[in-house]
Design a protein around this ligand. Structure first.
Ligand code: ADP
Length: 254
């Protein structure tokens, strides 16, 4: 990971009528990192994400993405980002190759559908319809669609919600692999273990503000340094470890 800034958000404000959903937040995302946006429902995560994705208008503030100004060059920004669509948006009757070709047409791209499916480990499902995929496979496919335009940055909004533990871990490996290939990843999640495993840095939002921004490690160290102790001894494994151990991560396709 290098340390140059790829996204800069300064004094971002979003009001819906009189309601202040995003209250003057500033943060940078570094090139090549997995950056997590965490916070309770209504904190302003999706609003912030959609503004960066050029899908929602901001009230004020300055956003720069890979050196491009959001106000002046939104179309240039669209070309270098990948946005994950809701899996329900895929035409259920088309197979994966047909869907990728459809997206190729929309993006005016020529991505090799099989190459793309290989990246997300779905080659053997190439001729299956999207409605025939499991939840984890659908999520992997939707991540594949973010890669069609070979983006510098991808945005993933709760990509593992509702998946079983194995499918989640497979998805974490996939997302880390995408990061390791040089793509910056912005992700929202409700799962703290996921954020801890996956994210290089995290911004915690609450009521439209960023209340903390650091690496998961630094956040935990700071809490402990301030005298926090867990109420009881923590076991060396948890129930999820038992589940994975019993069922085997690789044993069952998701
Ligand atoms: P999060 O993703 O953290 O759950 P959101 O960005 O979706 O938060 O929403 C932040 C706040 O803004 C919430 O209180 C939500 O009800 C409100 N909000 C979101 N979109 C709209 C909208 N289009 N019109 C009015 N209020 C909205």
């Amino acid at each position: 990971m290098n340390n140059s800034t790829i996204i800069s958000v300064q004094n971002l404000v979003k009001n819906y009528g009189n309601f202040e959903a995003v209250r003057c937040i500033s943060f940078d995302v570094r090139e090549g990192e997995i950056f997590g946006l965490l916070g309770p429902n209504g904190a302003g995560k999706s609003t912030t994400l959609e503004i960066m994705e050029t899908l929602r208008k901001k009230t004020s503030g300055k956003v720069t993405i890979a050196g491009l100004d959001l106000d002046e060059q939104p179309n240039e920004i669209k070309k270098i980002i990948g946005v994950q669509l809701q899996t329900s948006g895929f035409y259920p009757g088309l197979n994966l190759l047909e869907l990728i070709n459809l997206f190729n047409g929309l993006y005016n791209k020529n991505a090799d559908p099989m190459e793309l499916l290989k990246k997300v480990n779905l080659e053997d499902k190439a001729r299956n319809k999207s409605k025939e995929l499991s939840g984890g496979q659908k999520q992997r496919f939707s991540i594949a669609t973010t890669l069609i335009n070979n983006p510098k940055i991808i945005f993933l909004d709760e990509p593992t919600t509702g998946l079983d533990p194995q499918a989640r871990r497979n998805l974490w490996d996939l997302i880390k692999g995408i990061r390791d290939n040089g793509t910056t990843v912005i992700i929202t999640t409700h799962y703290m273990d996921e954020a801890e495993q996956l994210c290089d840095r995290i911004a915690i939002m609450d009521e439209g503000k960023i209340i903390k921004l650091a690496s998961p490690d630094a956040m935990i160290d700071e809490l402990v340094a301030n005298g926090f102790e867990r109420p009881k001894q923590v076991k060396a494994a948890n129930l999820e470890d038992v589940f994975i151990h019993l069922t085997g991560k690789e044993m069952r396709p998701d």
